[in-house]
Design a protein around this ligand. Structure first.
Ligand code: BG6
Length: 487
């Protein structure tokens, strides 16, 4: 069991805090993982919001928790952990002294987590005030959200600013995909099953697809999203992190240092995409109106309501990892908004058998396929070839072994990536957080793609409710591959 901790959520009234961070802490409470004596201190801008905060949190939990999770008794108990405080994160005024008083009213060695649920542009200022007000102790940690920066240079600046006030081991860069149960299970699957570990390289695997499709559009994030686009919002972090976990060598221990070292090697071995490589290996798309879930939804430009924009809402990439294990295996990365179905999955397509003893008249021998689905449901499927058992003559058919992981959760457990990661930050366990060097390396690979796009071309259009632009299908067809689309 964790020791009691204090978590200050800067931007406590913002969308992320209300939609994800408070529900995560509420779930931790329900599971008995929020130690008594812990305190959650969301910051708000003024006294009015402070007075209303408990009710705001109440309503947020009611709407963002799933059915059956919210109940009045737990809420009453959980609300006693909440202490809203007024803070202007860019002004070192007296309100900070109040925060100081609250935090210092408890043991000096109590874990302190500062969660910056803020725009990266103010990270530096906020950290500076934390430092000048004497709030950073040996047991303090700072959690920062992705994407860090808009390019390698701005990310370096932000990281350097934070590093003026916190040591690297106190900085927890969050990527919520790493907190997903199935993503951690990916490591368990790879590193505790000889079956997979021995069949996990270019000799046996033909290609790997990592795809995160979303049905949502811009939501209310036009200001952020139109500047960022899918490459910065999803590929630079979530997709590259998944790629690392799929492709890395086994860490020699399951600690942060070993895991990060192996992930970094993957990022370093990613073949750079420069100039024309970008035209040939990357597809960027933007959605136009289309039918999704039985109704017509507007296109990106209509949602944006600002006329022209070449921001991509879809990206597909053919990537290669130039090392011994993965030589010649294409890794296809894909993500998009307003796609046909919400799904995140890793699809490992094996090579065909080396000699088909059955010939073609018993049905084609399809290569094996392993599908690790992260959402909406969490499952692992392995497709194998088998004999059609009720036929006298030999006929083959694919059969799928299916493990539904959510069936294995104990009653009352809710898989919640933020809960896992916030508790890890409180427990000072950085294994599932991102090191500064990983951020640097990821941007080094992404920056030339952005540079090429700035020079040349416009996004290919795709209908909302489709699987993306045709160019993305053609990218795979060039290598005789095909996207594995759920459903
Ligand atoms: C966030 C992106 O990091 O991840 C969003 O900023 C995206 O644009 C979200 O919608 C997807 O997360 P999940 O867990 O719903 O797949």
């Amino acid at each position: 069991m964790l020791n009691p901790f204090d978590i200050v959520i800067f931007g406590g009234g913002g969308d992320l805090a209300l939609r994800k961070l408070l529900p995560a802490m509420y779930r931790a409470y329900q599971e008995g993982n929020l130690p008594e004596g812990s305190r959650i201190l969301p910051t708000v801008r003024g006294q009015e919001q402070q007075q209303e905060y408990i009710e705001t949190a109440h309503q947020a939990l009611k709407s963002f928790l799933s059915d059956g999770e919210f109940n009045d008794k737990d809420w009453q108990a959980f609300s006693t952990y909440l202490i809203p405080v007024v803070i202007n994160v860019t002004e070192a005024d007296d309100n900070w002294n109040e925060l100081h008083k609250i935090l210092n009213s408890d043991a000096e060695d109590k874990s302190r987590v500062f969660y910056l649920s803020l725009p990266p542009a103010v990270y530096g200022q906020c950290c500076e005030i934390l430092s000048s007000k004497g709030l950073i102790t040996e047991t303090s940690r700072v959690v920062v959200e992705k994407p860090i920066g808009y390019c390698g240079k701005s990310a370096e600046e932000i990281n350097a600013r934070i590093a003026e006030f916190f040591k690297e081991e106190q900085i927890f860069r969050i990527d919520h995909y790493l907190g997903k149960e199935t993503v951690q299970n990916l490591m368990a699957l790879r590193f505790s099953n000889a079956l997979f570990e021995n069949l996990w390289d270019a000799k046996t695997i033909d290609n790997i697809q990592i795809s995160i499709s979303e049905t949502v559009g811009l939501e209310s994030r036009a200001g952020f999203y139109d500047k960022a686009g899918a490459l910065r919002d999803m590929v630079q972090n979530h997709l590259l992190q998944l790629l690392c976990l799929v492709a890395m060598e086994s860490p020699h221990k399951l600690n942060a240092k070993s895991i990060r070292t192996e992930k970094l090697k993957v990022l370093e071995a990613l073949r750079p995409l420069l100039g024309e490589d970008v035209d040939n290996n990357v597809v960027r798309g933007q959605y136009v109106p289309g039918e999704l879930g039985g109704k017509i939804v507007p296109g990106y430009l209509e949602e944006l309501a600002e006329g022209a924009s070449t921001t991509e809402t879809f990206v597909a990439i053919r990537a290669h990892i130039d090392n011994w294990r993965w030589s010649g295996v294409p890794f296809y990365l894909r993500t998009g908004k307003r796609m046909k179905q919400r799904c995140a999955e890793i699809v490992v397509e094996y090579k065909p058998v080396s000699h088909n003893v059955y010939g073609n008249n018993v049905g084609p021998v399809q290569p094996n396929r392993l599908v690790i689905r992260l959402q909406p449901e969490e499952s692992i499927q392995l497709t194998l070839m088998s004999k059609k058992l009720d036929k006298h003559e030999m006929q083959l058919q694919p059969v799928t072994l299916n493990i539904e992981l959510s069936d294995q959760y104990e009653n009352g457990f809710h898989s919640d990536a933020y809960k896992r990661l916030m508790l890890d930050a409180a427990a000072n366990n950085p294994s599932l957080f991102i090191h500064r060097q990983e951020v640097r390396r990821a941007w080094k690979w992404i920056d030339p793609i952005i540079a090429r796009w700035q020079e040349k071309g416009a996004p290919s259009l795709y209908r909302a409710g489709s699987w993306g632009p045709e160019a993305a299908d053609e990218l795979l067809e060039e290598c005789n591959h095909k996207w594995f689309n759920v459903g």
